[in-house]
Design a protein around this ligand. Sequence first.
Ligand code: DP6
Length: 369
Amino acid sequence: MTEQDFIPKYSPEILSNGSVTWESPSNIALVKYWGKKENQIPANPSISFTLSGCKTTTTLSYTKKMSEGYSFEVWLEGVEKESFKPKIETFFKRIEAYVPFIKEYHFKIETSNTFPHSSGIASSASGMSALALCLMSVEKELSDVNVIQSVSEESFDDDYFNKKASFLARLGSGSACRSIEGDLVGWGWHKDIEESSDLYGVKYPFEVHDNFKNYQDTILLVDKGEKQVSSTVGHGLMHNHPFAEHRFEQAHENLSSLINVFKEGDLNAFIEIVESEALTLHAMMMTSMPYFILMKPNTLEIINKTWRYRNDTGSKLCFTLDAGANVHLLYPESESKEVVEFIKNELVAHCQNGQYICDQIGFGAKKIA
Ligand code: DP6
């Protein structure tokens, strides 16, 4: 599909008001998206586990208006958030051609997260995907009353709905396009995945071994402070980065290798790819100009203790990192009991206020009746 496929045809009449609610999860990348081109096109393909417990719930209420321009208010956990408006304004500008009805309504966006906003867990993936899904539900309601004709006549099926929701979410925040579905989602063109696209995330189409079923992700909250460098700035520093081209190729290769790893259930190879991806992401930050470090001493303590635990016990526990100091510990469900014990005994001491969140692979966003 191309961008053109997401531009709807319009008739002037419009629904007067209504409200929709979606719940959408966060995701954790195994092969990382780091570096992008114009219009939120990724510099390399990425793949992620969709999470289950870490999610955002968003209600979008819409009222027909007469005035020109965008009109919206944003509320987080019952408190109006002026500070969220610029990001949403940018999002609206990027998506206007694909959802032209956004100019016709005043929106009230009410959102809440299952994880604390200041936890250092990025809410952009779950938040932007929830908002994109709400807008798609409005588009669907408009199309049901024939106000909008979707591009191809037969088309407003679930596949189109999800693809366009992912397409819109990507324009809000790149990684958000991987949160619509689950349990494994790829984003960015890759030669071995025919349906892959730079424009939206696609559900991983190949066989996945039972070893990865209900894979666990425990997020250790190392530093809950505001990051010194945002992801968006970090992505920008991949332009003219001395190692960028090689890094982008490496992501393609790692994704190719993962296809066999998922099929065979090869946990040792999985660990090697996932940990290398995490450290490469941070190595790219450290070798940008200007350079920066997002890991904290406790991040390294946790990594070292994880390696020691794996050596001592033969466990398949591994770590990955986002663009921050927090550590995601990934492990098979069969090891849950032992790993949680290990976390409590050895790692909690390195978490800010002893905080961690136990999550696992999930199956994507849900519409709330
Ligand atoms: C390190 O999706 O937050 O988490 O597109 O600028 O909003 P923007 O960036 P964002 O970048 C996330 C980067 C990452 C890796 C990943 O999730 O693949």
